[in-house]
Design a protein around this ligand. Structure first.
Ligand SMILES: Nc1ncnc2c1ncn2[C@@H]1O[C@H](COP(=O)(O)OS(=O)(=O)O)[C@@H](OP(=O)(O)O)[C@H]1O
Length: 334
């Protein structure tokens, strides 16, 4: 692939134009690789970022003050983030939007990414000191950072972290489709699946390596420092009622018997379903606060769609890098 110079991407967090001298000094000491467009990525605390994202993470690490009731939704991109944001928002704020009807719910008029904003590619990317005081309680945030980077800031806080992960093969295919929607053809015309596969094998791509991030949250979920709930997209697809109740229990917003009897769990699942969200005008139009068109967050969903795209050999190699990393951890992808 040809690496052209001076490429511009519309996404702020992929740029390198908002970096302090302190951050420049740090970056100059970090391992670096070129991404698919020939732009530089840097490895900070075990994950790869563009310079503006490193700056945003430094902002976050320096200035974020967690509250005990904060909830952080973490994920590797394309693992079910949008769904988890919608579900967590709907669960914790369910009493604010008419006890047993969800007709006037914010999720019907706003994209989940604007209701639960990313720390490093939105809030702290835009602002060194974002105003987080006005957010409704409990405050909900999201991140694609690995646990070790998040935890440096959360260390003494009892705030809760929910991690959702998904099979690497579906993640890769989802990311490939997503890239074709968000990176303009002028910047990158050859969006081949093989290029993305090579990135995953090599490990140097935004927020990668996938397997390192998954392992960081898995390990954190086994020890009781910051409570971490480890969820999988596949389990959410297979047993949505059980998983949303598990989420609610963990967050301290368990469904009452009365709510269960009245069908509240099913109503929330319907509200947050891919078919419902993706058909809303609010999600067919407009751009999220992190600069991505709302519609780009929705596609086909489901489990095993990778089979239509990846060869047997590709699938085997992807499984191998994940298995090698997770060996002995007790976590296994089917
Ligand atoms: N509500 C809901 N229910 C089930 N599945 C959903 C939902 N919303 C989005 N999706 C599917 O999730 C994939 C996008 O992943 P993320 O939301 O993690 O993307 S992002 O990281 O926030 O950019 C992407 O998966 P693929 O369809 O396989 O590409 C979306 O279609």
């Amino acid at each position: 692939m040809e690496a052209s110079k001076n490429l511009q991407t519309p996404l702020n967090f992929m740029k390198d134009d908002n970096v302090s001298q302190e951050c420049k000094n740090l970056i100059s000491s970090l391992p670096s690789e070129k991404d698919f467009m020939g732009k530089s990525l840097f490895s900070y605390q075990g994950s790869w970022y563009y310079p503006n994202t490193v700056q945003a993470i430094l902002n976050f690490q320096k200035h974020f003050r967690p509250r005990d009731t904060d909830i952080i939704l973490a994920s590797f991109p394309k693992s079910g983030t949008t769904w988890l944001k919608a579900l967590a928002f709907a669960v914790v704020h369910r009493n604010k939007y008419a006890a047993y009807t969800l007709d006037s719910h914010p999720l019907l008029s706003n994209n989940p990414h604007n209701l639960v904003r990313f720390l490093e590619i939105d809030l702290y990317d835009k602002n060194q000191l974002p105003d987080l005081e006005e957010l409704p309680l409990p405050r909900l945030f999201a991140t694609h950072m690995p646990f070790q980077t998040l935890n440096e800031t959360l260390r003494d806080s009892p705030c809760k972290v929910v991690y959702v992960c998904r099979n690497i093969k579906d993640v890769l295919v989802s990311r490939w489709h997503f890239r074709s929607k968000v990176v303009s053809k002028e910047l990158y015309s050859n969006n081949s699946l093989e290029d993305m596969f090579d990135e995953f094998i090599k490990g140097a791509y935004l927020f990668g390596p996938f397997q390192d991030q998954v392992l960081s949250y898995w390990k954190a979920s086994l020890v009781n420092v910051n409570p971490v709930l480890f969820m999988t997209y596949e389990e959410m697809i297979e047993k949505p009622e059980a998983q949303v109740m598990r989420l609610a229990d963990f967050l301290g917003y368990s469904f009452t018997e009365e709510e269960k009897q009245s069908g509240m769990v099913e109503k929330i699942l319907e509200l947050c379903s891919l078919s419902n969200l993706s058909n809303l005008v609010a999600n067919k139009t407009g751009t999220s606060t992190c600069g991505i068109h709302h519609h780009a967050f929705f596609r086909k969903g489901g489990v095993g769609g990778w089979k239509d795209y990846l060869t047997h050999d590709m699938a085997k190699k992807l499984d191998e890098i994940v298995e090698n990393k997770l060996q002995g951890s007790g976590l296994k992808f089917e």
